[in-house]
Design a protein around this ligand. Structure first.
Ligand code: SOE
Length: 387
């Protein structure tokens, strides 16, 4: 019998994110043995009974529920993990906070800034631990970028640019709404690529480079009408299929962001680059163990972009994995976030990004959509302290 403290998890939603989070909890004890807390998979919840049961069995949950309200009422659950579509995040999170549960919420925090604010208010009132799964921060190469920037090695920052490119909606016959395609339905998702993909880029950008002050954006919806899976009717498409924005950061640098689901050939290409007076960094999700670093202080005869293979034990998180030179993958970013959440319970500090941090990303997303709709610059009102 382990003498660790238990964090009893109730997970809502049995889709892609439910799988990534469940996998994370299952790996923690093996790879983060020093943590005082141990996740215990108490219950998985999905509306469909057969699916809920199968999910619980597959991922090792002790039980299952078909109504999240019952899950939240249970005394044997300490933390609620929200992996459902965006339109349910606020209701579940607020009820969970009122029941005194800790909350781990999938990104984006909610469909809109107003909804997100109600969630922040609820967790702050209840004083419960909370975090939002902006998982890319926890890729070792990205965390290393953060450390290099924080060390001042890049000097004054002039530029930050990021892309998140996909191609899965280039098909006018693809319906919108319903299971699997809720990201295409504005009522459920809140927005298209802005909330789904640019939110990741914005979260990483503000973590690395500070607050985004104002934005000027364009969005496009290439296919204007699609059949809705739930109504069977052809309905107006309300999401942005593509979004490009530029911005000013608080530190004086300029930002350029692009996201689309119409970049043929790109399945999930997330890249960012940051240029300072003394150096530049570049990262690419398709080669996630590598960080490119140009250091202008190198001797001129060897000056050039170095490609750091971030797999050594003294690099972020990598002492937990294999031996130097052997890489890790996408799923590890979730394992690292779950481990950091457990660590934060030991130290009593927040686990960033907290709901409050994620609210700042939401402010930028909202300003981006407002800017595109009004064809004008918008202030974001972001209040971001780097952690
Ligand atoms: C959309 O296709 C999606 O799965 C996002 O919802 C995730 O947040 C992103 O990491 C990968 O793409």
């Amino acid at each position: 019998m382990s003498d660790k403290k238990q964090l009893r998890i109730g997970l809502v939603g049995g889709g892609f994110m439910g799988r990534t989070h469940s996998n994370a909890y299952n790996r923690i004890s093996n790879f983060f043995p020093a943590l005082q807390y141990q996740p215990v998979l108490k219950a998985a919840c999905s509306r469909n009974q057969a699916k809920a049961k199968a999910f619980a069995e597959q991922w090792g949950y002790e039980s299952f529920e078909t109504d999240w309200r019952n899950l939240i009422k249970r005394d044997d659950i300490d933390a609620v993990d929200i992996c459902t579509p965006n339109d349910t995040h606020a209701e579940i999170a607020i009820a969970a906070a009122e029941a005194g549960k800790m909350i781990l919420c999938e990104k984006p925090l909610a469909r809109s800034l107003a909804e997100s604010q109600t969630m922040v208010d609820a967790v702050e009132k209840a004083g419960v631990a909370n975090t939002v799964w902006y998982n890319y921060r926890r890729i070792p190469a990205v965390t290393l970028a953060k450390q290099i920037i924080a060390s001042g090695k890049l000097g004054k920052i002039y530029h930050y640019r990021a892309n998140f490119l996909q191609d899965w909606t280039i098909n006018a016959n693809l319906p919108q709404g319903g299971e699997g395609l809720w990201r295409m339905d504005a009522d459920v998702a809140g927005s298209g690529v802005t909330g789904d993909l640019l939110a990741h880029c914005i979260d990483t950008a503000m973590w690395l480079n500070g607050a985004i002050k104002d934005v000027s954006a364009v969005t496009e919806t290439f296919v204007k009408e699609r059949m809705h899976q739930l109504t069977g009717k052809v309905q107006k498409v309300g999401i942005d299929d593509a979004c490009i924005f530029h911005c000013h950061f608080e530190n004086g640098s300029l930002g350029l962001f692009e996201s689309t689901r119409y970049a043929r050939g790109h399945k999930a290409l997330y890249t960012f680059e940051i240029n300072g007076a003394n150096g530049s960094l570049r990262w690419d999700l398709h080669d996630l163990n590598r960080l490119e670093f140009f250091d202008n202080s190198d001797a001129s005869i060897v000056k050039g972009c170095r490609s750091i293979h971030v797999t050594d034990g003294d690099q972020p998180y990598m002492d937990k994995w294999w031996v130097p030179g052997l890489g890790i993958g996408y799923e590890h970013s979730f394992i690292h976030q779950a481990a950091d959440f457990l660590k934060s319970l030991e130290t009593g500090g927040p686990c960033s990004p907290s709901f409050k941090d994620a609210l700042q990303t939401q402010k930028v997303c909202e300003a981006v959509i407002d800017s595109a709709n009004s064809r004008s610059w918008k202030d974001t009102g972001v209040d971001y302290s780097l952690e």
